[in-house]
Design a protein around this ligand. Structure first.
Ligand code: SF4
Ligand code: F3S
Length: 104
């Protein structure tokens, strides 16, 4: 599966949702997650994200993010159509330590 990582927080560009063939993105207040049991591992979303926030879970150190994607994709609503990103999205692009800004 692919997972949405911390890099999405407060960026939420939403380009990813338009390309997913199985519509497995779910929307929280300031980030999206992927439902790992629905993701078919096609990889088309990875290059679409301007924040490079989407990675395959085979990369090191993504255990905690995989748990977050699993948990919140069961709770948050499905999103299949993108909207305008937050006005200050670019200010958060590439910033470290965004996990403390995570919002349910
Ligand atoms: Fe959707 Fe494919 Fe990305 Fe999985 S890898 S979330 S199926 S676009
Ligand atoms: Fe987030 Fe990138 Fe999608 S910033 S909303 S994963 S396009």
């Amino acid at each position: 599966t692919y997972v949405v990582t911390e890099a999405c927080i407060k960026c939420k560009y939403m380009d990813c949702v338009e390309v997913c063939p199985v519509d497995c993105f779910y929307e929280g207040e300031n980030m999206l997650v992927i439902n790992p049991s629905e993701c078919i591992d096609c990889g088309v979303c990875e290059p679409e994200c301007p924040a490079e926030a989407i990675l395959p879970d085979t990369e090191d150190g993504l255990e905690a993010m995989l748990e977050i994607n699993t948990k919140y994709s069961e709770e948050w609503p499905n999103i299949t159509v993108s909207r305008d990103p937050p006005a200050d999205a670019d200010d958060y692009k590439g910033k470290d330590g965004k996990m403390e800004l995570f919002s349910e």
